[in-house]
Design a protein around this ligand. Structure first.
Ligand code: SF4
Ligand code: SF4
Ligand code: FES
Length: 571
């Protein structure tokens, strides 16, 4: 296959023709401190617990302490947000200062000498912890945050004493419906203000505030507001306790039962890095995974619910002639239909590439279509454009438009061209790999399916196109496969299988390889003969060699899911 594309330089244009922005800079920037040790910045010398080190000027002292190996606890500090220094957990002694200072609010200065665990500091931290716990309910056995709660962790790490308060605690509202996705328990709130800052600084919609004073102070919604911004569920992630819970996740699974698999959100072209949290082969939630160049610490609410697609009316078994059949029969039927069309002339076969597929699926398909079958008519499909903002969300609702366009190159035409080519009889047989959006988001389009002699669909879900197919082959979906997506910046990012495929579904590259074998045109990846399908990694490695846009891509290490039981606190 000829190398015709450069993903970094390709102007991304979705099916509807609107340009997709491809920013070179990190997509999102907060006032977070520069990472400790970043080259090119002015350095200062600081001594932390007797250890002298150089850090960039202006580094947050809390970051510097923890980088030096000191374990300085904190509640209100978050590296992606401003620092109000309200919880006083992070106090440290600085030589020359009469009182301990909040390290989260203090930039390092040259020749600063810091002691992170002096008797005075430890005593004050314990007192602050006791104060924070004074009116905190003993909800742990029924709290969603139990097992990943920062308050639990700090208590066991730094105090672990019985409460001295045997009086009646101040009671507050336990179940406040503050937004579309979130329930607030005011008693559990430790008034750290992280959630308020997420709304104001990340979502840029100040919807939360504090009300009342003293031990009656509560988190609440601002007058006339609900917590309904498109990034609202990030408040649940940053809440150090179980005060904010997600309606979708609460009471479904204990945190310590979950396993985390690193992956990428398929909701739009931004490609936010996520963890897929699973238990017993079922997905329970997606949470953001830090990537300073893509999504920092955040993801949008819409992206969090993309996992539900995995369970949405899936095609789990091959079909031929409208009947459920075994793989063997379905592949044979598909190969027969393709062979018949090729015998009429390869130009009669059209192939649809999906912007929802991985680079590996698309690359394998390009080998079959262009190199083996000699197809000259190829098209790109995907979900229609939608809303966007200047925070994270892209108008392009496909995770791999950049990959599809780079791999298909100038050969890919639009869905409008596809409809015209079917109408005119230019193509009589259509092979679709990934049905999403081929008929438009509402399942209607100008595509005259009845004019096709043969329709072969590799599909994720049942629907009009799959139902109309002469042969339908079940595709494993995004959270069920290993592979890569290319985001709108041109960054190739790894996705990992978190759950097994639905039914008998297989990855796209594997179905394409099996089909090629049936056609008597076996594909080789990396020069290895493939009597049986290769691995996704083998396809990736060859694609990386041949495709300029993938040349710096990294498959990464094999990564077993992390059990959250061993992953410390979250938030
Ligand atoms: S609800 Fe959670 S994040 Fe918000 S102020 Fe309370 S403890 Fe902090
Ligand atoms: S911005 Fe896009 S990629 Fe990021 S979480 Fe939302 S839908 Fe997913
Ligand atoms: S983390 Fe520093 S005062 Fe809260």
């Amino acid at each position: 296959m000829s190398e015709t594309t450069d993903g970094q330089k390709t102007t991304l244009t979705m099916m509807t023709g609107a340009p997709v922005p491809a920013p070179a800079e990190p997509l999102y920037a907060t006032g977070a401190p520069a990472p400790v040790g970043q080259p090119g910045t002015e350095m200062v010398t600081v001594t932390i617990d007797g250890k002298s080190m150089q850090v960039p000027k202006g580094t947050n002292l809390l970051e510097a302490c923890n980088h030096a190996g000191a374990d300085v606890p904190f509640f209100c500090y978050h590296p992606g947000l401003s620092s109000p220094a309200v919880c006083r957990q992070c106090l440290v002694d600085v030589k020359g200062q009469p009182k301990p200072v909040p390290s989260c609010y203090t930039p390092v200065a040259d020749k600063m000498e810091v002691i992170t665990a002096s008797p005075r500091v430890l005593d004050i931290r314990r007192q602050m912890l006791e104060f924070t716990l004074l009116n905190h309910p003993i909800d742990c056995p029924i709290c969603d945050k139990a097992g990943e709660c920062t308050l639990q962790k700090q208590y066991f790490d730094w105090d672990a004493k019985y409460a001295r308060n045997d009086g009646i605690k101040v009671h507050k509202a336990k179940h406040v419906d503050i937004g579309k996705h979130i329930v607030l328990d005011q008693e559990r709130c430790i008034l750290c203000t992280r959630c308020i800052r997420v709304c104001a600084e990340v979502a840029q919609q100040p919807e939360l505030t504090m009300a009342q004073r003293g031990d009656h102070e509560v988190l609440t919604t601002a007058p006339g507001k609900r917590l309904d911004n498109p990034y609202s569920l990030n408040t649940v992630d940053v809440c150090p306790v179980g005060a904010l819970t997600s309606k979708d996740f609460r009471f479904t699974m204990r945190a310590w039962e979950l396993q985390a698999t690193p992956s990428v959100c398929p909701g739009c072209a931004t490609g936010c890095n996520v963890e897929v949290h699973t238990s017993r082969e079922q997905i329970y939630r997606l949470v953001p995974r830090e990537n300073p160049y893509v999504n920092q610490y955040w993801m949008c609410d819409e992206g969090r619910f993309t996992y539900k697609r995995i369970y949405d009316d899936r095609l789990g078994q091959p079909m031929s002639g409208g009947e459920l059949v075994e793989w063997d029969r379905a592949l044979e039927d598909a190969a027969r239909l393709l062979r018949a069309a090729v015998d009429q002339g390869a130009g009669k076969v059209g192939v649809v590439f999906s912007a929802q597929s991985t680079n590996e699926d698309l690359y394998a398909l390009s080998r079959l279509a262009f190199d083996s079958l000699g197809v000259t008519r190829a098209y790109v499909a995907g979900l229609d454009q939608g809303w966007s903002d200047n925070i994270l969300v892209s108008a392009d609702k496909n995770p791999n438009t950049a990959g599809a366009i780079a791999i298909g190159g100038g050969r890919l035409k639009s869905l409008m061209d596809l409809a015209n080519d079917v109408k005119s009889g230019a193509i009589t047989t259509l092979l679709v790999v990934g049905e999403r959006g081929v008929l438009g988001d509402g399942g209607t389009s100008a595509l005259p399916i009845s004019k096709l002699q043969a329709l072969i669909v590799l599909g994720w879900r049942k629907g009009p196109l799959v139902n109309a197919a002469h042969v339908a082959l079940p595709l494993a979906d995004w959270a069920e496969i290993d592979g890569t997506f290319t985001n709108r910046q041109g960054t190739v990012q790894r996705i990992r299988a978190a759950v097994p495929p639905a039914g008998d579904a297989l990855p796209g590259w594997e179905i394409v390889t099996l089909l090629a074998h049936r056609l008597g045109m076996p594909l080789e990846f990396g020069g290895r003969p493939s009597t049986s399908p290769p691995s996704a990694r083998a396809v990736f490695l060859e694609a990386r060699e041949k495709m300029a846009f993938m040349k710096n891509a990294d498959w990464g290490r094999t990564s077993l899911p992390i059990q959250l039981r061993f992953a410390n606190s979250r938030g």
